[in-house]
Ligand binder design. Structure first.
Ligand code: XBP
Ligand code: MG
Length: 251
């Protein structure tokens, strides 16, 4: 039986964090708030998962001008940002990372369950798959764990425990596909073997404990770069190679 693949979204399915950063900055500007998150600052703020939590952390840690009244209105500000993010995604701002479409297709053709475990808002996930695959989430995934479905977000294991519970699956029956330290900590905390494909903002993260670290999932004409763990003798992450890696712990 092939493993159940549980995908993270931001950074794993697509390089979406630059779109999130643009949506935050566009919202600040539209609301006349004199904040601007440049790349290096956003890279630091990504240590805090969840856009609302990230906004509160920014206000508390950086005490920016006009921060105080907006702290009480973070949910309102975040809802505006989410609407802007979905508009950007609907306009084609993010493309699937290599191998994502192929891996999802393999699982669907083998009848292997698929799920998502993400910190981002459900609206954002729907927009991404609508735009990138023209698909509704229910057509692809047995369950989607997202955003505020849990109060403790990654690196807490809660979202992965919720997904496993909804699938009625033991951790050993599934593999997590992640891009960040926070995601690895959440997945391994829930007992899941985890494959990492680092993304732009997470290239320097500590991926100790990952089953495999590969540049991306690879394509037949574009092999991945093997970075650590299992997969050293393979060129693509497929249901077959992932199943073998989980059995032998190496590629
Ligand atoms: C990444 C996150 C999210 C996004 C922003 O989620 O931490 O907070 O950065 O999206 P993951 P929201 O890697 O778990 O998919 O503003 O909707 O939180
Ligand atoms: Mg991620």
């Amino acid at each position: 039986m092939p493993p159940i693949l549980i995908f993270d979204v931001d950074g794993t399915i697509a390089e979406t964090e630059e779109v999130h950063r643009r949506a935050f900055n566009d919202t600040f500007a539209a609301q006349g708030i004199p904040w601007r998150w440049d790349g290096p600052l956003y890279g630091e703020l990504l240590a805090v998962t969840g856009g609302k939590e990230r906004l509160r952390h920014y206000i508390d840690a950086h005490d920016p001008p006009t921060g105080r009244d907006w702290r009480a209105r973070v949910n309102e500000l975040h809802a505006l940002k989410t609407r802007r993010y979905c508009d950007l995604i609907d306009a084609g701002a993010a493309a699937l990372r290599p191998g994502v479409r192929r891996l999802i297709g393999e699982a669907l053709s083998r009848g292997a369950p698929l799920a998502l475990a993400t910190t981002t808002s459900l609206d954002n996930v729907e927009a991404l798959f609508r735009s990138a695959l023209g698909a509704k989430l229910g057509d692809l995934f047995a369950f989607v764990g997202a955003g505020d479905m849990v109060s403790a977000k990654k690196p807490a294991p809660d979202i992965y425990r919720l997904v496993l519970g909804e699938l009625g699956a033991a951790p050993e029956a599934a593999v997590a596909l992640e891009d960040s330290y926070n995601g690895l900590a959440a997945a391994t905390g829930a007992g899941l073997k985890t494959i990492i494909t680092p993304s732009t903002y997470t290239a320097a993260d500590d991926f100790s404990g990952a089953l495999a670290v590969i540049s991306d999932f690879g394509e037949p004409d574009a092999p991945y770069r093997h970075l650590a763990g299992a997969g050293g003798d393979d060129t693509m992450a497929s249901l077959e190679t992932i199943e073998r890696w989980t059995r032998t712990g190496r590629g």
